[in-house]
Design a binder for this molecule. Structure first.
Ligand code: NAI
Length: 329
């Protein structure tokens, strides 16, 4: 049996970076056949059809079928995994409420279509921004599916954070573990090194030898660098993060299906863990066990960390309120 994967916004940049890696087995491994469903809006169909032609020319052993459509009922039909990339970007002069409203108009209907047409085991990863609140809207609209089946991508933020720690310590990135992201996939996020290790040794100790006052380094260098990395990429590259975002999305979905041997980060529904209001889609340190994300519980958050988590969570609450005011939730 093949796994059916739906990718929305498949005619866009991240879609293009995702498709060929998935077809090559990077998500599900070298033994699992894949069926791809590329869901676009009419303006994006030609680009998605072009990508489908190239997938054909890739002659991938694992790729059984590719379907391109602008009909959500067809796009999500039988989906075991859905990567929701297509979203409405913020246009010039667009207020945040307008942005949330436009995206509610996408993720509400997609949540409903997933509930109606996807496979019973469907797992949804929202990449399109504002990812956490879009995931919340999709989950709330997917009657009959548990909210745990909907997640928001914060793995790119975690990867950025691990890479920054590795660079600061002049250590290989593979030696850095446990750098979770808390809160929203936005500039308020809190990348947390307080439990991180480098080759099993506390990162905080290693940093103290390198950067002097660790708190100052975290506040003035590390956290802003990670939180604003997306803007830095746009400035240097002239275009937003694409390949690194696709890579993170593949890692997130792969770990969800195949499990983790340590913590990672994902935007998942809160049941009140760490005081995060129930129902919010917040990033937490998580493990994936038997196909389900589990929030890592019992971690100490000192006053400084608590304030940062609270600030990011407050932004998620505001986004939820704004969406509720639109009558969407
Ligand atoms: P893009 O503009 O190249 O592609 C977006 C595609 O989505 C377009 O082809 C468009 O036609 C399509 N689309 C729009 N509405 C749709 C709908 N209702 N159904 C299906 N398709 C639809 O953008 P790119 O670079 O691929 O980025 C996509 C999204 O990913 C953006 O919202 C971006 O902010 C977000 N992003 C999220 C990251 C994360 O870490 N969570 C990291 C980087 C980007």
């Amino acid at each position: 049996m093949a796994t059916t994967i739906t990718i929305t916004g498949a005619g866009g940049q991240i879609g293009y970076a995702l498709l060929f890696r998935i077809a090559a087995g990077d998500l599900l491994g070298p033994d699992e056949k894949v069926r791809l469903r590329l869901l676009e809006i009419p303006q994006g169909l030609r680009a998605a059809e072009g990508a489908a032609l190239e997938l054909h020319d890739g002659a991938f052993d694992l790729l059984e079928h590719v379907e391109v459509t602008d009909d959500a009922a067809i796009g999500f039909h039988g989906a075991n995994l859905a990567l929701l990339v297509g979203a409405r970007p913020r246009g010039p002069g667009m207020e945040r409420a307008d942005l949330l409203a436009a995206n509610a108009g996408i993720f509400g209907p997609q949540g409903r279509a997933i509930a109606e047409h996807a496979a019973a085991d469907v797992r949804v990863t929202v990449i399109g921004n504002p990812a956490n609140t879009n995931a919340l809207i999709a989950a709330a609209s997917a009657e009959g599916l548990p909210a745990e089946r909907f997640t928001a991508l914060t793995r790119l933020d975690e990867n950025r954070a691990r890479a920054q720690v590795a660079a600061a310590l002049d250590a290989p990135v593979s030696s850095i573990r446990r750098v979770p992201i808390w809160g929203n996939h936005s500039a308020t996020q809190y990348p947390d090194v307080s439990h991180a290790t480098v080759d099993g040794r506390p990162v905080l100790d290693a940093l103290a030898e390198r950067v002097g006052d660790v708190r100052v380094w975290l506040e003035q260098t590390f956290i802003p660098r990670v939180a604003k990395r997306g803007a830095e990429i746009i400035e240097v590259r002239g275009s937003s993060s694409v390949a690194s975002a696709a890579n993170a999305a593949i890692e997130h979905a792969r770990d969800w299906v195949r499990g983790t041997d340590d913590w990672t980060s994902a935007g998942v529904v809160s049941h009140g863990e760490y005081g995060v209001p129930e129902g919010l889609m917040s990033s937490f340190p998580v493990r994936s066990v038997d196909g389900e994300w589990q929030i890592v519980e019992g971690l100490e958050l000192d006053e400084w960390a608590r304030a940062r988590v609270d600030a990011s969570v407050a932004e998620l609450v505001e986004e939820r309120e704004a969406v509720r005011a639109l009558g969407v939730l």
